[in-house]
Design a protein around this ligand. Structure first.
Ligand SMILES: O=c1[nH]c(=O)n([C@H]2C[C@H](O)[C@@H](COP(=O)(O)O)O2)cc1CO
Length: 145
């Protein structure tokens, strides 16, 4: 299974330790195309001068989104890039899980929470300690569909 993980980069790296935990768990289900998002060394400037610059990042990521079987996004730290990825993927009609931590004190954008449709697009409030359990529940629900 190919999994696309979305998490904030230029939007801020405060939650990178949570992304690490999520990607580590996701790797037990399949290959994570975007494991660099959870790299502790990746700072909020983004990937280090890839050939082709930002356009290459964008085109590669949209291509990976198309290839992916499922998308998991940590949406607590607001990120334009993550919002864009989610908007693109809604049109691809893939299964999406958005994870949000209310303990952050933030209120999730209506454009993400309001996109939940009970079928393709799932939004789940969670605490960091239960993240592995929440992912297990989501992936076992996938195998039943
Ligand atoms: O260097 C990058 N590499 C990359 O893959 N992305 C993608 C993956 C992330 O899920 C998302 C983060 O967007 P942003 O940088 O606007 O927070 O965009 C974003 C950047 C920098 O914007």
């Amino acid at each position: 299974m190919k999994i696309y993980f979305c998490g904030s980069i230029r939007g801020g790296r405060d939650d990178v330790h949570v992304y690490q935990r999520i990607v580590h768990k996701l790797q037990t289900y399949g290959s994570v195309l975007t494991e660099h998002v959870a790299n502790m060394e990746l700072r909020n400037t983004g990937e280090d001068k890839p050939a082709g610059g930002d356009q290459a990042i964008h085109d590669r990521d949209v291509d990976w989104l198309r290839q992916s079987d499922v998308v998991v996004a940590e949406v607590t730290q607001p990120s334009l890039g993550v919002g864009y990825e989610l908007g693109r993927v809604v049109d691809m009609k893939k299964k999406v899980l958005c994870l949000f931590r209310p303990s952050s004190g933030r209120i999730l954008s209506a454009m993400i929470r309001g996109a939940a449709d009970g079928e393709h697009f799932v939004v789940r409030d969670y605490n960091e300690e239960e993240v592995e359990k929440v992912l297990d529940q989501f992936f076992s629900s996938l195998s039943r569909t």
